[in-house]
Design a protein around this ligand. Sequence first.
Ligand code: ADP
Length: 189
Amino acid sequence: MLNLVLFGPPGSGKGTQSAKLVEKYGLTHLSTGDIFRANIKGETDLGKLAKSYIDKGELVPDEVTINMLEAEVEKAGETKGFIFDGFPRTVPQAEALDKFLNGRNETISLMLELEVADDEVVKRLILRAKDSGRADDADESIIRNRLKVYHEQTAVAAQFYKESNKHRGVNGIGTIDEVFQRLWTEIDA
Ligand code: ADP
């Protein structure tokens, strides 16, 4: 199986590039953000809980997120592999994913990190808010909080993959196709 973690700050293009990677490699895309938003829309208990964190630009607690992600992997059935988008976002999530995949005789093949500077990300998210209708994109102070959380809690999760030489940084500035080419060049290497 080809199991990828697509990493990077909010607005770095993970969703856009995931769609292209799904098409090229036939992978199952699991975006924790998308799953939370579907639950919010469906007004489930998980959605109500997640909303209270997401609206503030904070992370949903690890235990809730990890349980949800593992259930989604189990639901997926036969697949060539997964793209984990927005997960893991903390060190405990990275450790839990590692343990969970090991239990299935699987492992993460690569973590691809889209590198985009904060000011560029803020510009992109404010622009995205116009179409996405996402409340967490519409307010610059919430965006700044998401970036703070990213630098303080999420960026350290990359260390986990650097230690096992599975981390690759990719320049996230350029056209969608340029960035995509950089990603698949790393995957096919
Ligand atoms: P973005 O990458 O643009 O911030 P996402 O759609 O990945 O957007 O996530 C939106 C929000 O969902 C996050 O700000 C966070 O509150 C919550 N979330 C998503 N993934 C996780 C995760 N792995 N752990 C905790 N919270 C998460």
